[in-house]
Write a new protein. Structure first.
Length: 752
DNA sequence: GGGAGAACGCTCTAGACAGCATGTC
DNA sequence: CTAGAGCGTTCTCCC
């Protein structure tokens, strides 16, 4: 390895390479043309391998314009890596950028050397035909086994198919344990490196009846540990497992299969008795942090706060980003001893601990309760063992009667599932077919088939006839909706046309020509839809709904004399129609007792339900939530009324914002001119983000001012940043000293 | 008849990626 | 094809 790379690693505190890292370097990691698939368990230093490879490219003096891409599966992970890499590498002249969906500060990505991004964002960048892609010489993909994920795997597959053939790029795939790494590596044209070395030893065990059976790779019991019940003997065995661990200075993660369980388990664990006064004090501060995430703490905040006070927390998608950060940070600092969590913590986040307990091995899905994949179980227990802090980690399956010891053993030993291409997912496929045509990568049937032949799908199944049939349907769909144009060129008539002879009922022979080569061109509509990154089916829905709405508005123009009523109608209808798109799934569920009033209200609004009435009601309920949001109904009320949690509301609002923007863009391409509609669209795109009326927008742009504070200020005549500075005293009265200071500092800084 | 507790029945269920300007041939 | 927690209501038994 070059001295330069070594020097940087050393200065970042790396004294020597770990065995697997050394192995990969010996196998030729620094050869810039060699692809790798690194198959390694969680927490063993996979990322550093990617970093070494990246440094190897970026420090090469021969090429000035070299670029590295680092692809991670989660936005939160991307931000975490971004900050880490800035700290580590910026001082050596490596310019690091973050490019994810909701972050748009670095527009000039071409000036950066190392870009951290997600597969979806990169795919989107490719659709916008960024030129710098030609400069990319190395691509590191973290958690590359996600190619087998049924929802998001297809995107990764398309991306890899494009990049692995087209550009001269070294690809380093970092994968968790999978069953068929050889097959996957072969497709990637990559050298496969399999390593099960871990920095901290992992003991796998099964807990039941206050005992832990530790087993080896063959499933034999190698140690039987009996919890010594003295002062912590409780009927709650999970509690015993927890106390046993924290008395030995360890911390725990408990994985549950539902949010409710995660919350209820953490409520059951009161660790106050085992905490020092200092710790209790610190925990109290953490509780305050959690409660101050919102001006008016929500139910979730309060429950979480109470748990944290007792040394326990829960962690799931219902928490907002800020709350999750607080929990993770408290856990890393060893203040919070236990986190009861859903799979939010199984992928990527850096939260190692002494003991990981799997509370459930099955999870609800649309097929009922299904076993959690072994791969995921291994990912979870792989978090056990903090390097330099724990002598060993313990990955434990907890049994309470519903499963046998044998079942649990099977989970911990033996082969892991294979990964399979999920390109056949219809929704993903149609979006990407359009994307391929839009970006010019594909322009006829032949090269489309060639492209498909290069995918992991083709590699894996050999036979592509099934997927090609799907693709035919998709092409037809895209043409029927005018997203693409198909024409049949005649120049190769004889070669490509196949004569088809058919006999009809009267035994007359008819001759038809089957065209084998079709040429595809993208329409402006199709291009926009591909760039907006929405499902073509959603594109179709949006177009239909916009047309329907504009007709309705025309009709109503006389009925509602008042323009603001008309606008309000338009707003509600738009919120309803965006709820129909595939991106907004899953929708809020409609309870039996809500049918009646939802249906009546729907009719009152002149919305005709589709054939699937329940679905329409769900859409309508969804739209009502957004309507409340933009009309400044207090967040806590919305949460209660629709039975959701803060994190979920944020997530839904984010989706709505994106689809509303898509509506606005598609509207501009349609042959409709309806002033009320276009005005409303422009307004909605802004209002949905903040959840407020238009008049508050000036105030909302200021940091630390949300919809509540903005309304408060506005109602007492303070309408913008200038007003705040000029009415210092009044603002203090409204918001308090501390917050006012913060706000004023922000305004002053913005002025500079 | 009244109250306690068992028995039954109903409801509900993990997570989280993606847009963004503008104009030319 | 598959579960299980939590909650509210009803049933049943015993005084």
């Amino acid at each position: 390895m070059s001295n330069r790379i070594w020097k940087i690693l050393k200065e970042n505190g790396i004294k020597e390479l770990r065995p697997p890292q050394k192995k990969v370097v010996d196998r030729g990691l620094l050869n810039k043309n060699k692809n790798f698939l690194i198959h390694m368990s969680t927490g063993s230093g996979k990322t550093l391998i990617g970093e070494i490879a990246i440094l190897n490219h970026l420090l090469d003096q021969k090429y000035k314009s070299k670029k590295a891409l680092f692809i991670v599966p989660l936005k939160a992970l991307a931000s975490e890596k971004y900050e880490e890499f800035i700290k580590k590498y910026e001082k050596y002249g490596i310019k690091v950028a973050l490019s994810i969906g909701d972050f748009d500060e670095e527009e000039d990505l071409e000036n950066y050397d190392l870009i951290i991004t997600t597969a979806e964002k990169l795919e989107s960048l490719l659709r916008h035909r960024v030129e710098w892609i030609e400069d990319v010489s190395i691509l590191v993909i973290d958690e590359i086994h996600l190619i087998g994920d049924s929802e998001r795997g297809g995107t990764l597959e398309i991306l890899l198919t494009k990049l692995k053939n087209r550009y001269n790029i070294q690809i380093i795939g970092l994968s968790a344990t999978i069953g068929n790494p050889e097959e996957f590596a072969k497709w990637l044209n990559a050298e496969l490196v399999i390593e099960d070395w871990r920095p901290v030893k992992l003991k796998k065990g099964i807990a039941y009846k206050n005992r832990i059976l530790f087993i080896n790779e063959d499933g034999d019991v190698v140690e039987e540990y009996t919890l010594t019940p003295n002062n912590y003997n409780s009927r709650n065995q999970l509690f015993n497992l927890v106390v046993d661990c924290i008395l030995k200075d360890g911390s725990l993660l408990i994985f549950c299969n539902s949010k409710r369980k995660a919350v209820s388990e953490s409520k059951k664990l009161n660790l106050k008795k085992y905490l020092s006064p200092d710790e209790l004090n610190e925990l109290k501060k953490l509780k305050e942090d959690i409660l101050s995430v919102f001006d008016n703490p929500t139910e979730t905040c309060k429950t979480l706060g109470e748990c944290i006070e007792r040394g326990v927390a829960f962690h799931h998608a219902g928490l907002t980003y800020e709350q999750r950060k607080i929990v993770e940070e408290g856990f890393r600092k060893k203040l919070i001893k236990v986190i009861c969590c859903t799979p939010t913590l199984s992928m990527g986040m850096n939260t190692p601990c002494r003991r990981v307990i799997l509370r459930d091995l099955k999870r609800f899905s649309n097929r009922g309760m299904v076993p959690i994949p072994k791969m995921e179980v291994l990912q979870c227990i792989g978090r056990a063992g903090r390097p330099n802090l724990d002598p060993y980690g313990e990955g434990i399956i907890y049994i309470d009667g519903s499963i046998t010891v044998e079942d649990a053993k099977n989970y911990l030993t033996g082969p892991v599932e294979n990964i399979y291409s999920k390109l056949s997912n219809h929704r993903i496929l149609r979006a990407h077919i359009l994307g391929l045509i839009a970006s010019g990568e594909i322009d006829n049937k032949k090269n489309l088939e060639e492209f498909i032949n290069n995918t992991f799908y083709a590699h894996q199944y050999g036979n592509t006839s099934k997927i090609l049939k799907n693709i035919n349907d998709i092409i037809e769909f895209l043409e029927a909706n005018k997203f693409i144009k198909i024409d049949y060129k005649d120049d190769n008539k004889n070669k490509n046309d196949i004569k088809i002879l058919t006999l009809d009922e009267n035994n007359n022979i008819t001759i038809s020509h089957k065209k084998t080569n079709e040429n595809y061109t993208i329409t402006s509509l199709g291009k926009r839809i591909s760039e907006l990154y929405i499902d073509p089916l959603s594109g179709k829905i949006i177009i239909e709904e916009l047309k329907k709405l504009s007709k309705k508005l025309e009709r109503y123009n006389n009925k509602y004399l008042n323009t603001s009523d008309l606008k309000d109608y338009c707003t509600q209808y738009l919120l309803y129609s965006i709820s129909k798109t595939t991106e907004m799934m899953p929708l809020l569920r409609v309870r039996n007792n809500e049918w009646d009033y939802l249906f009546k209200e729907m009719l009152k609004m002149d919305i005709d339900p589709d054939e699937d009435i329940l679905r329409s009601l769900e859409c309508f309920k969804n739209s009502k939530m957004f309507y409340d949001w933009i009309n400044e109904v207090p967040e806590s009320k919305i949460l209660e009324k629709y039975g959701i949690e803060p994190g979920i509301l944020r997530y839904k609002v984010e989706q709505a914002k994106w689809i509303l923007y898509a509506n606005k863009e598609i509207y501009a391409l349609l042959d409709i001119e309806e002033k009320c509609l276009s005005d409303t669209l422009n307004e909605l795109v802004i209002r949905i983000e903040y959840g407020a009326s238009r008049e508050l927008i000036e105030l909302l742009k200021i940091k630390h001012i949300g919809r509540n504070r903005a309304r408060l200020l506005y109602n007492s005549g303070i309408k913008n940043g200038e007003d705040i500075l000029n009415n210092h005293e009044r603002v203090i009265k409204l918001l308090g000293n501390k917050i006012t200071d913060k706000i004023i500092n922000c305004i002053k800084e913005n002025k500079k």
